[in-house]
Design a binder for this molecule. Sequence first.
Ligand SMILES: [Zn+2]
Length: 331
Amino acid sequence: MKPPPPWIAAQVRQLLAQRGHAWLLQGPSGLGQYSLALELARAWLCDQPAAQGACGQCASCHAVDVRAHTDLCVLMPETIMLELGWPLGEKAQQDLDEKKRKPSKEIRVDAMRDAVEFAQRTSGRGRGKVVLVYPAERMNHVTANTLLKTLEEPAGDLRFVLASEAAHQLLPTIRSRCLGHTMTWPEESAALAWLQAQGIKPADAPALLRAAGGRPEDALSFAQAGRDAKVWAVLPKALARGDAAALADWTPAEAVSALQKICHDLMAVKTGGAPRFFQASDLPAAASFAALTAWARELANTARTVEHPFNAGLMLETLVSQARSALNSRP
Ligand SMILES: [Zn+2]
């Protein structure tokens, strides 16, 4: 496994220095909740852990790295398990292979039952057991309550790490059973250096990081989804010209999110603030504040139904035309 980025490594050290059998890692997406949760689990299970974390060499570390540690139970929605390369349970895999259902976007009740069984077993390698839940807000009421019972009576050697982008949606009783840790934002220079180490061109890294609002992992996924730093920088002005090609290969959800960022930055500039997602020079001349407010409302409405657009092509056309009229409104 690659060493974690420096801002994650610092948080691993910080959390390992404290005693806690249940951690709740919280903060916005793209700051590395999952990496931190996994590093913590790896360190807890490691045969020769050091203050900075797992050794990376022992049989336990190896078992975590190949996703086959008997004392680590990961609870995630199936879509995320597949994305991150975790094996599904036998029954779940069979259901998907036979196309009985689609991969679940929630943490399934069946997976939670397996986790309860796991909690009751004795540790296979003798260094305790770990349950990792990510993203914890994807538990429904039934799964959350089952987890709560396990949290309330943890077997002596069982530890938990929950990671969430929306900790406020968790049951208060779950939150209160965990020690909370708010994810640290990386310094811009550290985030840029890390992006370059992942193969991003030095010239592109700043715009990608800006596009992701300063969240390095989101910036990397954005680049990996084929998004170009140069295209991002010219997007606001292209939309002001009504250039529909600018959004042609974007999904409606990606398009709405990009438009919300443009709208956010124009409103920020309008009220004397600094843009967050673009450089000031990327933005078209100031539009009317009333038009921007109305546009922000339209985008928020669209965002609610964007996962199930009636007609994606038509939706993109509407989005471009709304953008054009808002961006060309004159104060
Ligand atoms: Zn190790």
